[in-house]
Structure formats: C-alpha cells, structure tokens
Design a protein around this ligand. Sequence first.
Ligand SMILES: Nc1ncnc2c1ncn2[C@@H]1O[C@H](COP(=O)(O)OP(=O)(O)OP(=O)(O)O)[C@@H](O)[C@H]1O
Ligand SMILES: [Mg+2]
Length: 257
Amino acid sequence: MKSIVIKCGGSVMEDLGDSFFESLSELKEEGYQLVFVHGGGPAINKMLELYQVPHEFVNGLRKTTPEVMEVAEMVLSGQSNRKLAAMLQKQGLKALGLNGSDAGLFLGEVVDQEKLGLVGKISGVNRPLLEKLLSEELIPVITPIASTEDGTKLNVNADYAAAAVANAIDSEHCIFVTDVEGIFIDGKLSSHLDKKEIEQHIKDEKITGGMIPKVTSAMKAISQGINSVMIVSGKDAFYKNGTWIGTNVSAKKEVFN
Ligand SMILES: Nc1ncnc2c1ncn2[C@@H]1O[C@H](COP(=O)(O)OP(=O)(O)OP(=O)(O)O)[C@@H](O)[C@H]1O
Ligand SMILES: [Mg+2]
C-alpha cells in the first residue's frame, strides 16, 4: 500500500481550484491512497473575533486557552472538516471525516502549558484504524485535535499532525498545501531547500509565522523516514505529468559531480 498524506491549509480551503483536484486524481491514478489532515486558521480567527475571545500566536503556534480550544474544535470539526470532506465527495472520492481526538486516532501531550496552553504534540497515532479505513478504499479527512490519556483535548498544529500521520503509516510523501506556491526567499521561490538552509532562513527571519511549523514538521518527517516532503499551493496544480510543483524539502541536497 503506498500512501500520501496531504495537509490542507485552512488558509487555502476556500480557494482550492480545479487544477488542485486534477493533481489529486493523477496521484490516485498512480495508485496512491490519500489521507487528509486539515487546518482552519482563518476560520478559527474569524470565530474567535465574533465571540470576542482574545488570542495570540507564538512562533506561528496559536496559544490555546480553554475558550480558544472550544472555538477551535467547533470550527475544525463543524466547519473545515465538513467543507473539505464535501469537496472531496464532489470529486467522487470516498472521504470520511474524522476527529483526531476520537478512538485514539491522535494521542497527544501538552507542549508547554505556560507558554502555549492547550497546544499539543502527537505522541501516538492509531495506525491499525487508519490502515483499516484505507483497506476499505476510504479517504480519511482528519481534524488536528489530539486527546491526552485522561481525555483532555489538545490543539495540534495541523502541519505537525500531518507529519505524524505520514510517519505512522510510512507514507511515501507528505504534502503541505497552503496559500503560497512554496517557500520564498528574498522574493524568489525556492524549488529545493535542505535542513541547513532552512535553519539559516529561520534564524535570518526569512521563514516566519505559519511557515515555521511547516518546515519544522517537514524536517521531522524526513528524519523519521519520509522520502519527500513538498510545500505547494492549493490554488494551482501541484502535481502534473509526474512532476511536483512547489518547494521540495530534504535532509541534505544531493551533490552531483
Ligand atoms: N519564506 C516564506 N515563504 C512563503 N511563505 C511564508 C514564508 N515565511 C512565512 N510565510 C507565511 O506562511 C504562510 C502559510 O502558513 P499559514 O499557517 O498561514 O497557512 P496554512 O498552514 O496553510 O493554514 P492553516 O494554518 O490554517 O492550516 C504564508 O501565507 C506566508 O504568509
Ligand atoms: Mg499553518
């Protein structure tokens, strides 16, 4: 079974174009099974503002008070997940919406209670459940919410959640679909960046905000055995005629003599 985990950014959910779905079809035709993990950033912000819940970001991660958690879950499970599952269904794909906190799908641990509140990292993924769904030709669409051993719900950055899924089921690729074509450095799109370059760009503040959890989880996924990680746009084709379009992240650039 070869699979691809696709993290769909909340930033681009409303703008997924026909060419995005054509790329998905091409991957399906090549025999890949698809698993989706999605974010919901802008929709969560909108709802927090509507409910006048104060909120802030620390290094691209949303500080999560219990009030923020309640709103985040409402939006992720009730809106973003439903929207993405429906869009995939419309394309003839058998999408099945799932909450990461259900059935031990995502087991989580608090990252830094004082600094980030209920932000979690994933300590376990229910691999047998995912494999069962994939064997039934279903396409899991998962919210980035984890549950601790004692049932506390944690807000996990969807980029980290996607990387954890990719590692848990030994996917060949992990794709981060976002609202930009890839990583831009000094205004220019980079087709390929390695760990060392990424670390330097973060230091120089050329990679900031929401791109930080993306590259950090990309590097983690690679260190744990994923072949290729791409950061791509959901507004255009990201895979066409066997070629990826976006920024490829790797451990170390290959040197050709
Ligand atoms: N060097 C960079 N190149 C490209 N984008 C960058 C860079 N540094 C920071 N960014 C920002 O990262 C953003 C993408 O991350 P963001 O968290 O906003 O979206 P997302 O992860 O797709 O959505 P969500 O968080 O809702 O799942 C871009 O829109 C851009 O503003
Ligand atoms: Mg993000």
